[in-house]
Ligand binder design. Structure first.
Ligand code: PGA
Length: 254
């Protein structure tokens, strides 16, 4: 069984209530593209408003704290985002790793906390340009991912999605070559099978992220082992985001 392509918009620190009309347009369009699973991760402040209006798309968060609650000024727990209507959370995005010095161990702790709160998780990984240039991209990403994934997930594997996002491709207009994407996704697949066994490890979707646009989506999404896309800039308007979803619906994987 192959799951539907998963197209997830990451609005990052963009969006006020004025952008709810865009989320509504994405939701309406998603109702016409049922071959594709469409989801949106707006900033925290828009999770509940988007959840209230969305009929088709899944709504999620871009991060959460690893603790259930307590004296953590400015932080938000997994249970709180679930209460606001989130169904999933993106964890370990390279901007979190960079801006907030998040290490693999904290990403793992957040992943465990999110699963305990009933959320699905999208765990991100990806190498810097220097690491790719040094020829160590594959070993770096496998090590990073292995250390970021929850220790125990055996009975919740349907809740796990991986996003491979080379840091140098995020927001830069550069994308990895189809060969490099296929190689990395193949390596990640092998790791998932080694960790969770053939039956479960082969089902987990591995998204590609980094300057995915309507123009390059068809090629990227039809690459071996690419189960969808994590989209930043191009998810901010319904037109470009749904252009990507449309391309996903036309791949063989769909
Ligand atoms: P981008 O961002 O599509 O703007 O490159 C992707 C991401 O960071 O998830």
């Amino acid at each position: 069984m192959s799951l539907r392509p998963y197209i997830v918009g990451n609005w990052k620190m963009h969006g006020t209530r004025a952008m709810l009309s865009e989320a509504r347009a994405i939701d309406r369009a998603a109702q016409r593209h049922m071959k594709v699973e469409v989801a949106l991760a707006p900033p925290y402040t828009l999770i509940h408003p988007v959840h209230r209006e969305a009929e088709q798309i899944g709504v999620g968060a871009q991060d959460c704290h690893d603790a259930d609650g307590g004296a953590h000024t400015g932080d938000i727990s997994a249970a709180m985002i679930a209460d606001a209507g989130a169904k999933f959370v993106i964890l370990g995005h390279s901007e979190r790793r960079q801006d907030h010095n998040e290490k693999d161990a904290i990403v793992r702790a957040k992943a465990e906390s999110a699963l305990a709160a009933g959320l699905r998780i999208i765990v991100c990984c990806g190498e810097s340009e220097a690491t790719r240039d040094s020829g160590r991209a594959v070993s770096f990403v496998k090590k990073q991912l292995k250390a970021s994934l929850p220790e125990r997930i055996d009975n919740a594997l349907e809740k796990l999605t991986i996003a491979y996002e080379p840091i140098w491709a995020i927001g830069t207009g550069k994308t990895a070559t189809v060969e490099d994407i296929a190689e990395m996704h193949g390596e990640i697949r092998a790791l998932l099978i080694a960790l969770y066994g053939e039956e479960h490890g082969s089902e987990v979707r591995i998204l590609y992220g980094g300057s995915v646009k309507p123009e390059n989506a068809a090629e990227i999404l039809s690459t071996a082992q690419v189960g969808g896309a994590l989209v930043g800039g191009a998810s901010l308007t319904a037109d470009s985001f749904m252009g990507i979803a449309l391309a996903a619906g036309e791949t063989d994987e769909g």
